[in-house]
Design a protein around this ligand. Structure first.
Ligand code: ZN
Length: 436
């Protein structure tokens, strides 16, 4: 099935965990004490009340039931508010964004800001060096597909198993965090890729795409599926569980245009605070147009497909297989940053509890990357990526949208600064490629 024609244009970097880095990176993080927090730690446990958290050197040092006091440390009283881990969007395409009538391939700066603004939080390379602000990202590089790739411009083509280790070694030297195997590969080719990737300790993520019936690939040693499985049977679920396969959710990606023409969507504060006004007005114009016949048809199959995928996510989750939140954004109707909050809502609609949905967007992503010792939960020794939320996201999942404060690696993010820089930026939408 055609997932989205737009993906052809945008998919280059495929999967990111976003923890937000400081807007303008400060070289040293200050010590911070959060007092009187309601703590959602990301492990799915009942929130704890009146918790104090000491953050030092970018790390969560102490979590205490009794107030921590210090004369020299900055103290923030968060009484009545909820503290939860920074969010991770584990399936995105960072290179461009749909802007109403085309793709803005130079829009990554805007996207990095938008994600940080919305509480998505991690950094790497350019970002870590302080030259760029934004979340850290974990990236997969080009897709590895068969001889006739689905997205030729962004794929490496593998025509023989013998090429697997050369491609994997090349990706490894490029510094990727994993390999994405695509639906045009034969099962033996996927196995060869996984074998080669294991040699250099890289996880492989598979997009089975149209290959319904290719479920035996889940026995091949892959780390995760980039989307929910298209077919679910008790046998498939048992095998996935036994093989420790993770499943990325991408429900908001499936919803996409179903949501785009919703009245008021573009006035959402996480969207209109993070997109340049000119681009937003182009989008508004498109959103206000009547549905074309093609769109009406698409609405029909997308609704049915989304319902089916939500049911599959529910079954996967109930089978004890970890689901990992990812949006597959940005596309029409999926906005980086805001989209992850929508993903959480769809996960709850699919049958997860709010706390389970939060774990899917925090702890589970870290587990999938075998980085759970470093990030993903609020526990002593972990990196201090935290959000202060006005509300009870453990009860009402959409409360995650009410972000008061973003702390990334121990740094307080200036969200107003991010907002003004997005609005001031004139250079993010100059280049609009034609679609073919
Ligand atoms: Zn994708």
């Amino acid at each position: 099935m055609k997932i989205q024609k737009f993906a052809a244009i945008i998919a280059v970097v495929l999967f990111s965990s976003f923890w937000m880095n400081s807007a303008i990176a400060q070289s040293n993080s200050e010590s911070i004490i959060l007092l009187n927090a309601r703590l959602i730690d990301g492990n799915g446990d009942t929130p704890k009340e009146n918790v104090s958290i000491l953050i030092q050197d970018g790390i969560i040092k102490t979590i205490s039931d009794t107030p921590i006091s210090s004369k020299t440390t900055r103290v923030i009283d968060v009484a009545g508010k909820t503290v939860m881990p920074g969010l991770a969007d584990m399936h995105i395409h960072i290179t461009s964004s749909w802007d109403g009538d085309g793709f803005n391939l130079l829009g990554y700066k805007e996207q990095l800001n938008a994600m940080l603004y919305a509480g998505v939080t991690q950094i790497h390379q350019e970002i870590e060096s302080g030259r760029l602000s934004g979340p850290q990202f974990l990236y997969l590089g080009p897709l590895v597909d068969g001889p006739d790739p689905n997205w030729p411009d962004i794929s490496y083509s593998l025509a023989s198993q013998t090429q697997a280790s050369r491609i994997v070694n090349h990706l490894h030297k490029s510094g990727v965090h994993g390999v994405k195997a695509y639906g045009g590969l034969s099962s033996p080719e996927v196995r060869s890729l996984i074998h080669a990737a294991r040699e250099v300790d890289l996880p492989v993520f598979v997009d089975l795409w149209v290959r319904i019936g290719a479920e035996h690939i889940i026995t091949s040693g892959l780390r995760g599926l980039a989307h929910p499985p298209r077919r679910v049977t008790p046998e498939i679920l048992t095998t996935m569980k036994q093989r420790d396969v993770y499943v990325m959710t991408t429900l908001s990606g499936y919803e996409s245009i179903l949501r785009f023409k919703e009245r008021g969507l573009l006035d959402n504060p996480l969207i209109d605070s993070t997109i340049a006004p000119e681009r937003l007005s182009r989008m508004r114009a498109v959103a206000g147009e009547d549905l074309t016949d093609g769109e009406k048809e698409e609405y029909g199959w997308r609704r049915e497909f989304l319902d089916q995928m939500m049911d599959h996510i529910r079954q996967v989750h109930e089978a004890g297989i970890p689901v990992v939140a990812g949006t597959d954004g940005p596309t029409k109707g999926v906005f980086l940053g805001e989209g992850l909050h929508r993903e959480l809502e769809l996960l709850v609609e699919a049958g997860l509890t709010p706390l389970e949905a939060i774990s899917a967007a925090t702890r589970n992503g870290a587990m999938m990357m075998k980085a759970e010792d470093e990030w993903g939960t609020i526990e002593a020794g972990k990196r201090a990526d935290l959000l202060v939320i006005d509300g009870r996201p453990d009860q009402t999942i959409s409360d995650t949208r009410n972000i008061v404060t973003v702390i990334q690696a121990g740094r307080l993010i200036d969200r107003n600064d991010l907002k003004s820089r997005v609005i001031d930026s004139k250079d993010v939408h100059d280049f609009v490629p034609t679609e073919n």
